[in-house]
Design a protein around this ligand. Structure first.
Ligand code: ADP
Ligand code: ZN
Ligand code: ZN
Length: 670
């Protein structure tokens, strides 16, 4: 039976549009189609319905140009998943679904299209050296069995201390799943592109007979299309990827794993502002697959679900390598010391570690030389002309850089305000620490790893390899060195300036700091040498450090959850943020005040609307930014509210057409 009309999803803020099929052309739901749009656009869209009649009048109805029958149609699971994601994150369906396809499959076909498609299909298993699988310990074994014996959808939190062998557990679960389902596919999400090579190698080495593909922003459009097609057509069995991979179309998804599930990089900051971790759970549910979230420091949302039993809790309580114990944690109180880079105890510990030819990792979460430069006479400080932040002094290339917008400025020879030639750098960043270390330990081989020193994925890989190979004695770095890496020779981890984050106004500052500290501490003593962690702080009595020293995540989480419950904060409430920006703060806030009135007029029960406020970083790239927080104790009410609110906002407020806005659901940095 052939139908005459189709409904087509396009990358525009509109519901699916009706088109008439060319005579004799067949079409199915999930196929791609080229259609005319507006005066001269031709776009590729996705057919979401085929039907016999239409309400669009004959004269207005346009004809589709071409239906693609070249790949398997997108599944109804994928269509309903993208529809769900669009609704949940308050975006038009088309704008959520179409951009999730690789460029190749959503561009109007070029010459030699068939040839190109053929080339995309030619993706083969890479011959690699097989990696032996290790024998699991009892806890690991129990975790694997719990997941494998589950039927249909089930979610698990694999709560394992750093170095407890979570990755080994994933690999065993993947192996069993691939065995149990001969056509089955596995999605393994990792937070960071820099972690993919190490994991990819481990996965390829373990599944030498299966097609393993990666999906992340470092791939070329062609590589991405190849990976995507292999997953869509069911040829790829394992997909290792960053957050974008959760939007892939699968043939037969049987297992979803989210490594380091607490990581903030799972949250997309633009376009469809989704949480890949949350959508991963949804995909597992829709596909009746198992879902494993792994972390040493779970997000409070996930921890609360594990406590309530919604997720089954699996524990790994000790390190997997028998010789490796959890590192000892020491707080170095510098509140009464005169400021200097390293406290004497830390200096001595570094001396000792170097003396034993062990590696030292120095963590400071700030890149550049110094966060600001200032005039000693009038107090002038270096600021970005386009943002409301300071500019960071980069000594290496003698520049002042704005870390928010990337603007680069020359270092002035004299104070631009009073002419004083004495301008000094205040505070420390990775470059200054590197310089200090080189002065103190001239014989040591020092490697700085931050976004300035390794700008590409390859550079990062090379840097990490030299650490693994033992070509480095002291590593200085930011967040980049904190996550996931299995450094076998690091015995001492030094944390500088953790206090900065304690002073942050964000509700989640403590949660994030705890995770970062435990992660970075987890790089110490992962193999034969004992690990030691030294945290330099001016607030040694802050409760976070007591839990930190005891490596007591559970106590820490219980304390925070209690606070959150009392404050009706997430995960006990559901938030959304309306953010707005324009060239004037007055206009931005005026818009948000109108939005608040409109929100209150909607009169949705159980939804609280706060007052508009400027964002913490008020000006970014010359845009003046503000936000409006919305909160509800019930998720369905928040969703109902957001749907109407979005409609109101889309219809616009008079006099505010120059204000742009976005809705963020479940914001994480409020
Ligand atoms: P996590 O992901 O929990 O930090 P990994 O999976 O990276 O931990 O494991 C840490 C180290 O322990 C790795 O070098 C890994 O090869 C090793 N390992 C894991 N499980 C076992 C085991 N059962 N027996 C021996 N070594 C193991
Ligand atoms: Zn001055
Ligand atoms: Zn700037």
């Amino acid at each position: 039976m052939t139908f005459r009309y189709i409904e087509v999803l396009l990358d525009v803020p509109l519901p699916p549009l009706d088109y008439v099929l060319p005579k004799g052309e067949s079409a199915s739901v999930g196929e791609r189609v080229v259609v005319p749009l507006g005066a001269r656009r031709k776009d590729v869209g996705i057919i979401v319905r085929v039907k016999d009649d239409t309400t669009v009048p004959e004269g207005k109805l346009r004809q589709a140009a071409k239906v693609f029958h070249d790949i398997v149609p997108l599944s109804s699971e994928w269509l309903s998943f993208t529809c769900f994601a669009a609704d949940y994150y308050v975006k038009p369906w088309g704008e959520a679904a179409v951009p999730a396809l690789p460029l190749f499959f959503r561009s109007t076909p070029k010459k030699l299209y068939e040839k190109s498609l053929e080339r995309l299909r030619a993706l083969h298993i890479k011959p690699v050296k097989p990696i032996e699988r290790v024998c699991l310990n009892e806890e690991q074994q129990a975790a694997v069995e719990a997941v494998i014996s589950s039927e249909g959808y089930a979610s698990f939190l694999l709560f394992g201390v750093t170095g407890s062998g979570k990755t080994e557990v994933y690999l065993h679960i993947i192996e069993q799943t691939l065995k149990k389902f001969p056509q089955g596919q596995v999605l393994l999400l990792v937070p960071e592109i820099n972690l993919t090579p190490q994991l990819e190698a481990r996965v390829r080495g373990r599944f030498v007979d299966d097609l393993v593909v990666t999906m992340h922003s470092g791939l070329t459009p062609n590589e991405r299309a190849k990976s995507w097609l292999a997953v869509h057509e069911g040829r790829a069995r394992v997909i290792v990827g960053t957050r974008m991979a959760v939007m892939t179309s699968f043939r037969s998804l049987k297992l979803v794993i989210v490594d380091e599930e607490h990581d903030q990089s799972y949250k997309a900051g633009e376009g469809l502002r989704f949480s890949a971790r949350d959508l991963a759970v949804k995909r597992a549910l829709d596909n009746e697959a198992a879902c494993v979230l792994g972390s040493a420091t779970p997000s409070l949302e996930t921890w609360a679900k594990a406590q309530s039993g919604a997720y089954k809790l699996l524990r790994l309580t000790h390190r997997a390598v028998r010789s490796a114990a959890l590192p000892s944690m020491e707080l170095i109180d510098v509140s009464h010391q005169k400021p200097r880079v390293f406290a004497p105890e830390i200096k001595q510990a570094i001396d000792e570690a170097l003396g034993r030819a062990e590696q030292v990792l120095v963590f400071i979460n700030r890149r550049g030389y110094a966060p600001v430069i200032t005039c000693t006479s009038c107090g002038w400080v270096s600021r970005c002309l386009h943002c409301s932040g300071f500019t960071v002094f980069h000594k290496v290339d003698q520049t002042l850089v704005c870390h928010h917008c990337g603007s680069v400025y020359r270092v002035p020879e004299r104070c631009p305000s009073c002419g004083n030639p004495e301008i000094v750098a205040v505070g420390t960043g990775t470059q200054r620490i590197e310089e200090g270390i080189e002065a103190l330990w001239p014989q040591a081989r020092v490697l700085r790893i931050d976004r300035d020193s390794v700008r590409t994925k390859n550079a990062a890989e090379t840097a990490f390899e030299s650490v693994h190979a033992g070509d480095v004695d002291i590593i200085v770095g930011t967040q980049m060195i904190a996550k996931g890496h299995d450094f076998k020779r690091v015995s001492l981890v030094v944390v500088l300036n953790a206090d900065a984050q304690l002073l942050s106004p964000s509700v989640r500052a403590e949660e994030h700091l705890f995770a970062t500290l435990l992660q970075v501490a987890g790089r110490a003593g992962r193999d034969k040498v004992a690990g030691r962690v030294m945290i330099q702080t001016r607030f040694p009595t802050h409760p976070i450090y007591a839990d930190m020293q005891a490596q007591n995540y559970e106590g820490f989480a219980a304390r925070l959850l209690k606070d959150r419950k009392e404050a009706f904060a997430p995960p006990y409430s559901y938030q959304a943020l309306l953010t707005a920006q324009s060239s004037s703060l007055e206009r931005t806030l005026g818009f948000l005040r109108r939005a608040k009135q409109a929100a209150l007029a909607l009169n949705v029960e159980g939804v609280a609307v706060y007052d508009p406020v400027p964002m913490t970083l008020m000006r970014l790239k010359d845009a003046e930014r503000g936000q409006l927080l919305i909160e509800s104790l019930r998720r369905p009410q928040r969703q109902k509210f957001l749907k109407s609110f979005d409609e109101v906002l889309r219809s616009g407020f008079e006099g505010y057409s120059s204000v742009s806005w976005a809705i963020e659901v479940d914001p994480t940095d409020v």
